[in-house]
Design a protein. Sequence first.
Length: 171
Amino acid sequence: MKHMTTLTATLGATLLGLTLAGAATANWFENTEQQALRLFKAEDYGQAAAEFSDPYRKGVAQYRAGRYSDAAQSFEAVERPADLVEAQYNLGNARFQLADYAGAVVAYEKVLSADPKHDDAHHNLAVTRGMLAQVQQEQFKAKEEEKQKLEAKDKSEDKQDKSGKDQDKKD
């Protein structure tokens, strides 16, 4: 009887130790996708992105972690038909964050080709086209200003050449 009590106590202590050890670490019965989802829900997006193998989920975690270039690559790798439209939409968002407005427009247009009623894609496309137009206008202005500076410099050099030649004639 004494051995039975000792065995029961030892077994109970061992099970309690295993239970506490299991609670202190990640669940031993979770696969990597489940671990990644748990990390994502805990808002540890960077670590979740490292754990996810599914490109769509990985891309969402990378986007939330502010890793827009990585997220764009992940969204481009999505092949599962059920996720393609949302992957394209999120690809547009990632490209927008990277100031790749032309690339974002292409992604949003693909979304609208597949789902013409995607309200968020309509809205983001309009905003992105506005940003693209603004960037193009700023680039045009910068080129025009550079052109005017070069023309002014050429005129100034022409005047200096002419006054130098006039001075040579006087001598």
